[in-house]
Design a protein around this ligand. Structure first.
Ligand code: DGL
Length: 273
């Protein structure tokens, strides 16, 4: 039995839209359902257990809305919850994310790679495994940027305050001759211009979103979900926060004017408000 593909995508907020747009670029005819858990933003300072519960609630909700595959468009949630999601829902194909250290290691000329991600991503097993795998080949320097996720959500990315904020976060990294900076949080590609201004044009910024989109396509085809070639796709956007917090960035970042739906949490389950 084959079923028309509908891709579920989720994140704590609007960051996963940086992955969503690559999925659409690669498969313009595929339907999607995007969920932003803005009631719990940011995930980056929450415990892995808390994120596991939230991710499972979201995955069940997306499946009840008919998605055929789920993209965890969040490095923090992937690090904390991907293996527990796969265990709890073994019949569901999941695509996860991890900081793109591998391409950075392959491309660096200086032997110094920077990674910008959330505290929970750095504490997670997934990241520790990546470090163990690549640490002996190059020097990997990590940095967090408290408040940057919220800044992206608020669209407050211009002006000297934003510049000073990101400069203060990246200053320790820039004491090393890094030539690759891995954007290890899906919110950060939306702050790309700001980050590039701080690190300078000689540092390449690495965003794994195109690779995640390619993996999504591979997995859809492996699971026999035909990608329609002509039909008009449907794209739904749901937030657990205020509708405007998703509607406004959809328009300003992606130029989309859409109706946003709202779901609320009750006893660990998501339901329509
Ligand atoms: N966008 C997410 C990530 O990729 C999480 C940001 C947050 O909520 O802290 O890590």
């Amino acid at each position: 039995m084959t079923q028309r593909a509908c891709v579920g995508v989720f994140d704590s907020g609007i960051g996963g839209l940086s992955v969503w747009r690559e999925i659409i670029r690669l498969m313009p005819s595929v339907s999607t359902l995007y969920l932003a858990d803005q009631a719990h933003l940011p995930y980056g300072t929450r415990s892995p257990e808390e994120i596991q519960n939230l991710a499972l609630g979201i995955a069940r909700f997306l499946l009840s809305e008919g998605v055929s595959l789920i993209v965890v468009a969040c490095n923090t949630a992937s690090g904390a919850a991907l293996s527990s999601l796969r265990q709890a829902l073994p019949d569901t194909p999941f695509v996860g994310m991890e900081p793109a250290i591998k391409p950075a290691v392959e491309r660096t000329q200086t032997g110094h790679v920077g990674v910008l991600a959330t505290p929970t991503t750095f504490r997670g097993e997934l990241f520790q495994r990546l470090m163990a795998r690549f640490r002996h080949r190059v020097a990997i320097h990590t940095a967090t940027c408290p408040g940057l996720v919220q800044r992206v959500e608020d669209g407050a990315l211009d002006g000297t305050e934003a510049l000073h904020h990101v400069e203060a976060c990246l200053r320790p990294l820039l004491t090393y001759p890094i030539d690759q900076l891995v954007l290890g949080c899906t919110h950060y590609p939306f702050a790309r211009t700001l980050i590039q201004e701080v690190v300078g044009s000689e540092v390449a910024l690495i965003d794994p979103a195109p690779a995640v989109a390619r993996q999504t396509k591979r997995l859809l085809l492996n699971h026999h979900h035909p990608i329609p070639s002509e039909t008009k796709p449907s794209h739904r956007f749901i937030t657990t926060g205020q509708k405007a917090n998703l509607r406004v960035p959809l328009e300003s970042l992606l130029g989309l004017q859409v109706t946003v739906e709202r779901a609320t949490w009750r006893d660990g389950k998501l339901q329509f408000a």
